[in-house]
Design a protein around this ligand. Structure first.
Ligand code: TRP
Length: 465
């Protein structure tokens, strides 16, 4: 198998990797993986959980979690994908076979694919909110909003089934269209302009935030570490977010890794992806909090920070229509580059397992995804009374995937990487040359990462913390 991948790397054409497609370079993989990682988690969730958990000290703990949980698991997933050269299920099956482990390990791959597929069905609806808010911002609908009317505006969007289904469908169609075109022509080509666009918009917004006169206040808020504000609960939130923000346990990084040319250092590339993802989260904080402070609003407002608090700021500030419009376009791009990585594992799996063409696989997944997305869109309005275990359809899907399937799948993957695969296989695949550095990483992967995941999981189940 490693012979095989060396041959694949030297050919480096689209026809290599047994016709599965391959990124044209390590840079293309970096763009794709960063596009997957940077999403609603960075721009919507990170700022509000930082706000809720008191700022700087939380940011420090989050950085530590990225280092000891996020990066080791990210490297492991990319490595499994590249060595297995197949969809997540196929790659885990191939690797398990190579080391003489049981066939059931592949089920963690299947679970990851399913998790990503289910997440996409609601991620598309939420990304649709950003799409709906873009024209609203540009046309000046935010002018003169206060806390109450801004909440009402958002409530009106959630209450409108046609709008939610419509915008969710647009996001799904864009995602399906890009994935249908394939690894090079679809994913890579679209990412080559979406990712630079995203960074330019983000830097522009940070630049604007710097002119509000409240920039330093935001810097202090994000970077002054006051550990008295930190609870055990905050540590677990940081741990869970490290997992989510790097798109782990959804098959995305394994699928993207399976198109990575041989010879690229997985260790270096994974660290670059984690750094870029963290930089975007921090920059998003630096773009958002100055506006919040400049307009006398509340940084700890929770999930409504982006869709309720920020519109009030856009409605009050100079050039608010332009800045608000650009902000929501940026959010939509970030969500779209994540959405395509949520779909790719399923499409690769359908194609490889049932030997059907990419277009057919995309159409099939599209039909099921759209039907599932209706459940989420309608759970905010006409079906809001229909609950399972006291949760709406959307809340149930969210809980099942992010709280149950993701930690379980992540744990399976990390145990597979640290305990089932041999040390030499992993060392060779990662390309960490320095022996002591590798030993350190290996011990973290075997002990610290699984322990961290188990803690998050127990906490989620209400058994701890
Ligand atoms: N990382 C994405 C974000 O920060 C969310 C996400 C979680 C994701 N798992 C994923 C995206 C899998 C793509 C694939 O918003």
């Amino acid at each position: 198998m490693s012979q095989d991948s060396i041959a694949v790397g030297s050919m480096a054409g689209a026809s290599s990797n047994s016709g599965r497609g391959l990124w044209s370079s390590r840079w293309a993989f970096f763009l794709a993986a960063t596009g997957s990682a940077v999403g609603l988690g960075n721009i919507w969730k990170f700022p509000y959980i930082t706000g809720e958990n008191g700022g700087g000290a939380f940011v420090l703990v989050y950085l530590a979690c990225i280092l000891v949980i996020g990066i080791p698991l990210l490297m492991t997933e990319v490595m499994i994908g590249r060595r297995g050269r197949a969809n997540p299920e196929g790659a885990m099956a191939a690797l398990a076979k190579q080391v003489g482990a049981g066939r059931h390990w592949r089920l963690f791959g299947s679970m990851a694919i399913l998790t990503g597929f289910l997440i996409l069905s609601f991620y598309a609806v939420i990304a649709g909110w950003a799409l709906a808010y873009t024209p609203a911002a540009i046309m000046g609908s935010f002018a003169g909003l206060n806390g109450e009317s801004s909440g009402a505006l958002f409530g009106a969007l959630l209450g409108d089934p046609w709008k939610l289904v419509g915008f969710g469908t647009v996001v799904l169609l864009l995602t399906l269209g890009i994935v249908a075109l394939g690894v090079r022509e679809g994913l890579e080509r679209s990412l080559r302009f979406m990712m630079p666009g995203l960074f330019v918009l983000l830097l522009g917004l940070v630049g604007y935030a710097a002119t509000t006169g409240h920039f330093l206040e935001a810097v202090h808020f994000l970077f002054d570490a006051d550990f008295s504000k930190l609870s055990g609960q905050s540590v677990l939130v940081a741990l869970g977010h490290a997992f989510f923000t790097l798109s782990l346990a959804t098959g995305a990084m394994m699928a993207y890794g399976s198109y990575l040319p041989a010879g690229t250092s997985i260790a270096k590339t994974a660290i670059m992806v984690a750094l870029a993802d963290t930089a975007v989260a921090l920059l998003a904080g630096l773009a958002i909090f100055p506006l919040v402070f400049a307009n006398g609003l509340e940084p700890g407002a929770g999930p409504g920070l982006i869709f309720v608090t920020l519109p009030i700021a856009f409605g009050q500030m100079p050039f608010g229509q332009l800045v608000g419009g650009l902000f929501f376009i940026m959010l939509a791009i970030a969500a779209l580059t994540s959405a395509i990585s949520l779909l790719e594992p399923t499409v690769a799996w359908l194609g490889e397992k049932f030997a059907i063409g990419r277009i057919k696989a995309v159409v099939l997944s599209g039909i099921v995804l759209w039907l599932l997305s209706l459940g989420t869109a309608l759970s905010f309005n006409v079906w809001s009374d229909f609950t399972l275990f006291g949760k709406t359809f959307f809340d149930s899907l969210d809980y099942l995937t992010t709280s149950l399937l993701m930690p379980l799948g992540g744990l399976g993957t990390v145990v597979f990487g640290g305990w089932v695969l041999s040390r030499t296989v992993v060392q060779e695949a990662l390309g960490i040359g320095h022996p002591h550095l590798f030993t350190l990483w290996w011990q973290v992967l075997r002990w610290v990462t699984p322990l961290g995941i188990v803690l998050v999981f127990l906490h989620t189940l209400g058994l701890f913390g």
